[in-house]
Ligand binder design. Structure first.
Ligand code: ACM
Length: 264
């Protein structure tokens, strides 16, 4: 299976230009899974709720159409971030698209910084998307710092976690090595680069998109400041065996009785 990412530098508010850039980068590409960054079509640094609303979409609008076209062109499953509007709520979401269809969305559960002003936190149970025999889980950016979400997706059967991101902290790439090892899954972090100075905020995004194996090997690492695309071939069957050795199985060895179930 050929999986990878497209690390871009979105221009704020310019969906068509951002689509065109990805089209150019994927001209001759054929793959199985392509992960795009968080909010890849809109940019990230909003200055008002009105602005966020004006860029929000449903799952049958321009970003969905772009992702379906990209999916057809590349024969791939596509996962990428967008602003999702549903009824009166707006979510920082990722859409998964395959075989000309939107399979669903994941709405970011752990909102970072001013995202809490713009978005509602995710309101759907975590789930796996089964496509062509592969189980795909999705997390978005800051979700990385909550190991519970990757663990839950792995326990639900995820082989791969697709991780659209707009990272501004320097820790995630290292953390994804641990997320991959502790769950014996592949992870694909698709980050963006560039700077967005809007209103009082000035974000510098950290690039270094990364593909990490079930054993914690870094299979691909992008530059911190360049548009970049990379793909690797992986054997998905490796994620189905959680044994570390003849005595240890990462899932069977869990001692749930000792893990406190603390709720707010
Ligand atoms: C982030 O969650 N986009 C930092």
């Amino acid at each position: 299976m050929k999986i990878g990412y497209i690390q871009t530098s979105p221009i704020f508010g310019e969906k068509e230009k951002n689509f065109k850039e990805i089209e150019k980068l994927t001209n001759d590409l054929k793959a199985d899974l392509i992960v795009l960054p968080e909010l890849f079509a809109t940019g990230y640094t909003f200055i008002s709720k009105k602005e966020v609303e004006s860029l929000a979409e449903g799952t049958n609008e321009e970003t969905a159409h772009f992702m379906i076209d990209l999916s057809k062109k590349t024969n791939s499953i596509i996962v990428g971030g967008f602003i999702e509007a549903e009824n009166n709520e707006i979510f920082n979401s990722a859409m998964i698209v395959s075989n000309s269809k939107v399979l669903g969305t994941y709405r970011k559960i752990h909102l970072y910084y001013k995202e809490k002003l713009w978005f509602s936190p995710g309101n759907q149970p975590l789930r796996i998307f089964k496509v062509n025999g592969v189980n795909i889980g999705i997390i978005i950016c800051f979700d990385w710092i909550f190991p519970e979400i990757s663990r839950t997706l792995a326990l639900l059967g995820a082989d791969i976690i697709a991780h659209p991101a707009n990272l501004v902290l320097p820790y995630c790439q290292n953390a994804m090595i641990t997320r991959s090892i502790e769950n014996r899954i592949f992870t694909v972090t698709s980050n963006r680069i560039g700077e967005e100075k809007r209103g009082v905020d000035d974000f510098k995004f950290t690039g270094k998109s990364q593909i990490t194996s079930f054993k914690g090997e870094i299979l691909s690492s992008a530059p911190k400041d360049k548009i970049f695309i990379d793909f690797v071939d992986i054997d998905i069957s490796k994620t189905r065996d959680k044994k570390l050795n003849e005595f240890n199985d990462l899932f069977e060895d869990r001692r749930e009785n000792y893990y406190y179930n603390i709720r707010n």
